[in-house]
Design a protein around this ligand. Structure first.
Ligand SMILES: *Cc1c(COP(=O)(O)O)cnc(C)c1O
Length: 364
């Protein structure tokens, strides 16, 4: 068996120790005589798996007691609808409206979906700079009566990342963290709600994480499906209906792996080193270009182009032959994208850097 260095944007590489443990427990989870996929979600075995995953996530992120962690389904795109259904009506006065920050394709999808449930004000957009920088906080046209301000912490396709939490005053801050959750320490108390699909930095597709401040729960619009009402999900401890049991189990193993390798702070240091190594090599060459401005670049999804796009296919083919997989950029932007989530070791990034130099020598 040969494992490649997998640069997929998602579903993405998982830590090898996690996969090994899951394989070892596949037929018989700790003497239960059953695999996790075969267990009742209400049985004591799975209940313990679920509770442990919840507790580990809270510990890793330092989630304060007045926040609920919900394990949901539907991915970030479903949450783009579920979230406004639940949070747009939290302001007692005025109509349901929210501010959104547009930094790329994923924020635009959030904006389009939220418009179905209320009034959306695009308070700032990176369109003016060609999506190469996060708009300066001083330029944001925020509405003090907005139910919340929404941003996408890390634009997985465009490779743009908010370097820190913006100050939005008393208005609740909401973030789609699908592709950056657990990649470095964040102060959860700065956010009213954090959500994201698991398949980038946590585990298998199918699990959606929602971390939401208690006081914002219980205001769902009447049209909200019962299974997606934060009140119902929270009151039933994310067990209103059958949860994605396998995904929760793997997520729990990944949380344990993060804890055992130093926690989110150590992860953040490793991710800083990995992205600095890769951007440094790209910037040092005249052959590759990075469209995103320094200071705004994603530490998770490194987007770059070759000097001549006619070489793209040869680049991808040569990479594949060296065990460097899934480097082709998203179909909407072209070029290359190296996703270097938590599970990507620095050796994988170094192997990519070596290949970048080799390819440039041969074709530059
Ligand atoms: C992948 C991704 C999504 C889409 O997630 P799904 O789970 O496919 O719905 C949304 N936002 C961001 C930032 C993403 O990276």
């Amino acid at each position: 068996m040969t494992r490649v260095y997998n640069f997929s944007a998602g579903p993405a590489a998982l830590p090898e120790p996690v996969l090994r443990q899951a394989a070892a427990e596949m037929l018989d989870w700790r003497g239960s005589g059953m695999g996790v996929m075969e267990m009742s979600h209400r049985g004591p075995e799975f209940m313990s798996i679920h509770a442990e995953a919840q507790a580990l996530l809270r510990e890793l992120m330092g989630i304060p007691a007045h926040y609920r962690t919900l394990f949901m389904q539907g991915g970030a795109l479903a949450e783009n609808a579920i979230l406004p259904m639940n949070l747009l009506n939290t302001r007692r006065s005025g109509q349901a409206r929210a501010d959104y920050i547009d930094t790329g394709i994923w924020s635009q999808k959030s904006i389009a979906e939220a418009r179905r449930y209320g009034t959306v004000n695009v308070a700032a957009s990176a369109a003016g700079n060609g999506y190469t920088r996060v708009p300066e906080r001083s330029t944001w046209q925020l509405d003090p009566d907005a139910a919340y301000v929404h941003l996408c912490s890390n634009e997985t396709i465009g490779g743009l990342e908010h370097a820190s939490e913006p100050d939005v005053g008393a208005v609740p801050l909401v973030a789609d963290m699908s592709s950056s959750i657990l990649s470095r320490p964040v102060d959860v108390s700065r956010y009213a709600c954090i959500y994201g699909g698991a398949q980038k930095n946590i585990g298998p597709a199918g699990l959606t994480i929602v971390i939401v401040r208690d006081e914002l729960i219980g205001h769902a619009q009447p049209c909200t499906p019962t299974a997606f009402d934060y009140r119902v999900v929270a009151d039933n401890d994310s067990m209103f209906n059958t949860p994605p049991t396998w995904a929760i189990y793997i997520a729990g193993l990944v949380f344990k792996w993060i804890r055992d390798t130093g926690g989110v702070a150590a992860m953040g240091e490793r991710n800083a080193a990995k992205s600095a190594l890769l951007y440094g090599a790209l910037d040092a060459s005249g052959f590759y270009t990075v469209p995103v401005a320094p200071g705004h670049r994603s530490r998770m999804n490194v987007v770059f182009r070759l000097s001549d796009e006619r070489l793209d296919a040869a680049f991808v083919k040569g990479a594949q032959a060296r065990g460097l997989a899934q480097l082709k950029g998203h179909r909407s932007v072209g070029g290359m994208r190296a996703s270097i989530y938590n599970a990507m070791p620095i050796e994988g990034v170094q192997a990519l850097v070596d290949y970048l130099r080799e390819f440039e020598r041969a074709h530059g």
